[in-house]
Design a protein around this ligand. Structure first.
Ligand code: ZN
Length: 356
């Protein structure tokens, strides 16, 4: 059996010390090279002319030779109007990209010495860059689809459940918890669960022998025929091989795709090897992040967290520097932040991004 990818030396081509030993001007040059692909030429953010513009050294800005605009390396990126030094931004990006199950804003703020608010908005800006640079072409080949239930976990209440002898007997007889009488959820807890529970739907393109290669995700309130219709129109190319569980909502796939199902009440994979395990296994990463890192995902921002997880899943075989530079590039190519500029001053994204 081969060595695990994360234990190999190939993956460790960049570490925290490399970035910590950089000077502020080296960090600035890395930003310039990543954005413009050159140390000497810049692209004006208004007229778009690529030239060696007039450099104002003290301000780290350029004045355009053609339209007189003053611009910096972060103009019209998510880092526009930044106050953090370049090196600190790079350190924070590295901590974000090198954590397998995400990093909490609280932890990031303590590691770097910034306020919780700064760290929280910082992470969300990276998530915005991930969402807005998503490849939205249709998926082909083998595609696995599934929905997971997240958020709105009810509190356990004041009293512990005391199992009655007949419940235990029923449990033993069935071998599962289905026969046991469930304790009643209080009305308040039920309402909370109903209000905050969302169903992220994952669509994953699978390459046999390698696992999931592309992951896209959207949020819905129920796993029904509207969801199936939405996937059919926006996510999968006609004629692809789609694998789902036995959820009746997906029955309408049969007319458009080569559709096979696996009955999860009986098995995880059929004797012919039909399964949607790559979609099922995707949810283990956000589940661990919800329990171990975030502790709570607000329904309003669930799409952001889920897209971060999809990006982590797709980049699992990349090296540290590929992940790091990839997300730095995304953050510089996406225009000004639409959702997180002035968040703590009251400019909030009020609309919940629910697809169907
Ligand atoms: Zn210009």
């Amino acid at each position: 059996m081969g060595q695990h990818w994360l234990l190999s030396s190939a993956v460790k081509d960049l570490n925290l010390i490399d970035i910590a030993e950089m000077s502020e001007s080296e960090a600035f040059e890395l930003f310039c090279e990543t954005r413009w692909g050159s140390k000497t030429e810049q692209c004006c953010s208004r007229c778009g002319v690529i030239d060696n513009h007039y450099f104002r050294k003290n301000r780290k800005q350029w004045k355009c030779k053609h339209c007189d605009l003053c611009f910096s390396v972060t103009t019209k990126t998510v880092w526009a109007d930044r106050k953090l030094p370049f090196k600190k931004i790079l350190l924070m990006i590295f901590l974000f990209t090198s954590s397998p199950n995400a990093i909490s804003a609280s932890s990031l703020s303590r590691k770097i010495g910034v306020s919780y608010k700064t760290a929280w908005v910082f992470c969300h800006k990276l998530r915005e860059a991930i969402i807005r640079t998503e490849d939205d072409s249709l998926m082909t080949g083998e595609v696995h689809v599934d929905g997971g239930h997240f958020g709105g976990k009810p509190r356990s209440g004041q009293y512990r459940n005391i199992a009655k002898p007949e419940d235990i007997a029923a449990k033993i007889k069935l071998g599962k918890s289905q026969g046991a009488k469930r304790s009643r959820m209080s009305r308040a807890n039920y309402e909370r669960k109903k209000r905050n529970r969302r169903i992220p739907i994952v669509v994953r393109q699978v390459q046999p022998g390698f696992g999931g290669v592309r992951t896209r995700i959207f949020i819905s309130k129920a796993e029904d025929h509207k969801v199936a219709n939405f996937i059919k129109e926006h996510y999968i190319e006609k004629g692809a091989s789609v694998r789902t569980d036995e959820c009746p909502a997906y029955n309408l796939f049969s007319g458009y795709f080569d559709h096979e199902t696996v009955e999860h009440s009986k098995e995880y994979s059929t004797v012919d090897g039909i399964n949607n395990n790559q979609a099922e296994s995707f949810f283990s990463r956000p589940r661990r992040s919800e329990y171990g890192v975030f502790h709570r995902m607000m329904a309003r921002y669930m799409l952001d967290y889920m897209n971060e997880m999809a990006w982590r899943e797709d980049g699992r075989r990349e090296t540290e520097s590929e992940r790091f530079l990839g997300i730095l590039r995304k953050s510089l190519f996406v225009k000004n932040s639409l959702w997180w500029r002035g968040y703590w001053q009251g400019v909030k994204r009020n609309d919940e991004m629910i697809a169907v």
